[in-house]
Ligand binder design. Structure first.
Ligand SMILES: [Zn+2]
Length: 463
């Protein structure tokens, strides 16, 4: 773990022990190591996350830094729900990979006698601990709210520094669950409308040092006694594939309404197709993941996404597409689980970048031409012919790859997969395989489409 170099804008604190006192303010830190963490977020001397604290009604605003789209949005920080397991990106907020945190503004809506501020996080690795400085601002001082971008010391524009938090253990594993509670045993922390968290990553050894923040609570004097979050009953089942050779875990905790469809439609499809995909995409010495998971998330936007071996599906989109594209969308993500292209690139420092349109096109080729050819989902018609470019991404590129496979290279899928996975892909690949550049292939494919569609579009003789 590397030590960060950053400007300390609060007075330095002594090493983070379980409780530090600073100017009357106490910072209690709780850590449940991986084997002791439960969905209850219980720490000795630290209140569990609440679901009726003033922060649930507050506005959370990202004033600096970028949210990681693999995680939840800012709502997860004050929705009164905590994650139920150690690595649930969708139930945590975190800044995007490769960056060093950012700044988060909490607007309580009115001046509030703040008695306690609690922050909770959970991750099995270096993204578990919390490192941030906490500032507070009074109502009426709205001029400073806009000026809190990185590079500006909040202390110079009206913010009061309340605490400097660093829960990284001096020794031992950083992973697990953390609870931080900031309060003043003598009374309230102050009368504030705004809070500002200046958040830093916990390490810079790799791109994944941004903390998984699970929940932020703000207690006010005179507000109702906090009620602990009630975690949803967990609905998660693990199903064997090929007699236990592989395993998939399906999580419908968020979406009881999808459970029936998952059991009747998704599980049989996954059991049949995961082994097929493994067979379609082999390479020397490569073993496809033995375990993966599919989680339906109520908060996720878009359609679906895969990180490593975790597939996340946006419940809202799935609900609207159960009879149409839903299962195919899961198959698409399963292809990503089998591809594991990131792994090959990480092991090979000279690996070139693989264009996203190619990875997605290859994935969609498998989906539309091998999994559900009868749907004709990647067909190009005179309506979308204008958008037919070999790098048109997803189903357009899939159509192009299908043409290359049918006209000049039956072995393309296998070779392309191996080349990408082993980090050897560049445009020369096309030359070597087909004798033509990808641009030439693209032009030929396009011409063939035009010819086909042109013929089809010509007036038919009246019979
Ligand atoms: Zn994809």
């Amino acid at each position: 773990m590397k030590i960060m170099n950053r400007n300390l804008v609060c007075a330095a604190l002594a090493a983070a022990v379980s409780t530090s006192a600073w100017g009357g303010i106490q910072i209690a830190i709780g850590h449940n190591p991986n084997d002791q963490a439960t969905a209850k977020f219980h720490f000795p001397g630290i209140p569990a996350p609440a679901r009726n604290d003033p922060a649930t009604q507050a506005q959370f605003i990202l004033v600096d830094g970028r949210r990681d789209a693999n995680g939840g949005n800012l709502d997860v920080l004050h929705d009164g729900r905590a994650p139920t397991e150690e690595d649930q990106p969708g139930d945590n907020f975190f800044f995007t990979a490769g960056t060093d945190g950012g700044r988060l503004l909490i607007d309580l809506g009115e001046a509030t006698d703040v008695s306690r501020i609690n922050t909770y996080s959970w991750h099995p690795g270096a993204r578990g601990p919390q490192v941030y400085n906490l500032y507070a601002g009074q109502e009426g001082d709205t001029h400073f709210v806009a000026r809190v971008q990185r590079g500006t010391d909040p202390g110079t524009c009206g913010w009061k520094c309340l605490a400097q938090v660093d829960t990284r253990p001096k020794t031992g594993e950083p992973g697990g669950q953390y609870g931080v509670s900031i309060h003043d045993p003598e009374g309230v922390l102050g009368r504030f409308r705004y809070l500002l968290l200046d958040i830093f990553r916990t390490e810079s050894g790799d791109g994944f040092g941004n903390t998984f923040y699970s929940e932020i609570d703000v207690w006010g004097r005179g507000t109702p006694a906090p009620t602990e979050v009630s975690s949803n009953p967990v609905r998660r089942q693990t199903v064997p594939i090929e007699g236990g050779k592989y395993e998939v875990t399906l999580d419908t905790t968020d979406t009881p309404d999808l459970q029936d469809w998952v059991e009747k439609e998704v599980i049989p499809m996954v059991q049949k197709w995961y082994p097929n995909l493994v067979q379609l995409l082999p390479s020397d010495g490569f073993e496809a993941p033995r375990k993966f998971s599919i989680t339906f998330s109520k908060d996720m936007q878009g359609v679906a996404a895969t990180g490593g071996t975790r597939i996340r599906c946006a419940a809202q989109w799935f609900r609207g597409n159960l009879k149409g594209e839903a299962k195919g969308a899961i198959l698409h993500e399963m292809v990503h689980v089998v591809q594991q292209y990131g792994r090959g690139r990480r092991g090979n420092p000279t690996a070139g970048r693989v264009p996203g349109w190619l990875t997605e096109g290859l994935t969609d080729y498998i989906r539309w031409y091998l999994y559900e050819p009868a749907s004709h989902g990647a067909e190009i018609t005179s309506r979308n012919l204008a958008r037919a470019r070999y790098d048109g991404n997803y189903r357009i590129t899939a159509n192009f790859l299908n043409w290359v496979i049918n006209t000049c290279d039956r072995d393309l899928l296998l070779q392309l997969n191996t080349t990408i996975r082993e980090g050897r892909y560049d445009e020369e690949f096309w030359k070597k395989r087909t004798g033509r550049t990808i641009q030439d292939l693209g032009a030929e494919w396009r011409a063939a489409l035009e010819k086909k569609l042109g013929d089809g579009a010509s007036p038919k003789p009246v019979s």
